[in-house]
Design a protein around this ligand. Sequence first.
Ligand code: NAD
Length: 484
Amino acid sequence: MPFDFLQHTQYLLIGGKRVPAASGRSFETLDPATEQVITRVAQADAADVDAAVRSARAALDGPWGRMRAADRGQALLRWAELIRRDADALVELESLDSGKPVSAIRRQDLPAVLDTLAYYAGWADKINGQVVPARPDALTYTVREPVGVVGAIVPWNFPLMIGMWKIAPALACGCTVVLKPAELTPLTALRLGELALEAGLPPGVLNVVPGFGKTAGAALVDHPEVDKVTFTGSPGVGRQILQGAAGNLKRVTLELGGKSANIIFPDADLDAATRAAASAIFFNAGQVCSAGSRILVHESIYDRVVERVAARAALVRLGDPRDVATSMGPVISAGQMKRVLDYIEIGRQEGAQIVTGGVRRGRTGFFVEPTVLTDVDHAMRISQEEIFGPVAAVIRFKDEEEAIRLANGTRYGLAAGVWTADITRGHRFVRRLKVGTVWVNTFGPTDIRLPWGGARDSGFGREHGESAIENFTEPKAVWINTGP
Ligand code: NAD
């Protein structure tokens, strides 16, 4: 493993069985570092999605729905144990399919997956209703019931972690899941599904249907027997999902893109701020929804900050993701590499200066050098649009008012950071930044206990914490007539 796992054909996982696609079709998945084909994967379309949804419904009405909540929690903990047992192989498989450095997966993604499972396993038997004393002639109370069959559609930038952010709370709440991984990174989702079966989750509780967005993804969104769609991806697809979900008025949660501002004041600890500013945009090659892609810097320290961020960029170890010393791998695909390089060119044409990077590294693999663009104006496309690559746009501001106006001045509203020694200013920014998460004197940490999500083009609804429990349950009101 992962090479044992890759020995067998990568089939769909439906109703506890590995099955080929009904159409017999399959697609290739590539290693972004070498451009070599890793393996072929069965390609789900509407017929397979329908079979997966039916098996999820049967599990919901059957063994999973009848299981004690505490036993559901135990099943999730057994699953976590198997993920821990197979951690090395999962890390390698994730790295192979996504190009993420093994060191980063081991440090961040895998611990987050285990933490998420443990956290929601604990919730499973603590999802309580309330007695609400509405009237003297009735016992009135609420129970929280699972919302039903959940369609989970995830992107390629954190396949294991974002997948688990959706699956774990859904299962803890008693829902069943059909997971559609991104077509660029289907492998670890399939392996997670196998481990779930080994852990004793009944067949059909977690089905995995790799395939393309327009076919498998859209079929899941359109399916009348899917009760909720939880989606992480781009705003364009988010809009299509809302339209598709209108058919049976599915519940929808959308976690979309970002163009997050990282605001640095002269009174900040500049060493810490610039170190964090660099990792906020170079971590995962900038393919992070909350990447600190706009560094807003007070004009009095602009040159110093640019110099330090560029120096940090020079320290990034761009290369083979399987080398433990590597800190940044390739971007996910040829298409993504072109998009990133095109944006750098657009920035240049708009008048930005390339201080460092700006080009592809090597001829094989989708490696883009860590890039710092200066003299960026707020109105430029590179300042307004999500690039989703290792490209920092450094923008000047004069005063607090301008910093707030620029920070809030894009279509997105996912996250923002502010660096200052002035605690009252920190609090003012917390209040005035129109985003789902504000970091003060740090940038980027997330924790499963805290809500995660955004506003405007960053989507709506919150994952994580108790919010996810609300997402995957529906309260039912009960009246028991007790007479006068
Ligand atoms: P994408 O929207 O192209 O694809 C995401 C998923 O949606 C994939 O599984 C894809 O197959 C599927 N999909 C595509 N078209 C579909 C359709 N018509 N119907 C149903 N499903 C469809 O996004 P991507 O390129 O994989 O990911 C990058 C985007 O995700 C960026 O915009 C990024 O900011 C965002 N993202 C957001 C968060 C967050 O938490 N807010 C986290 C990670 C990534």
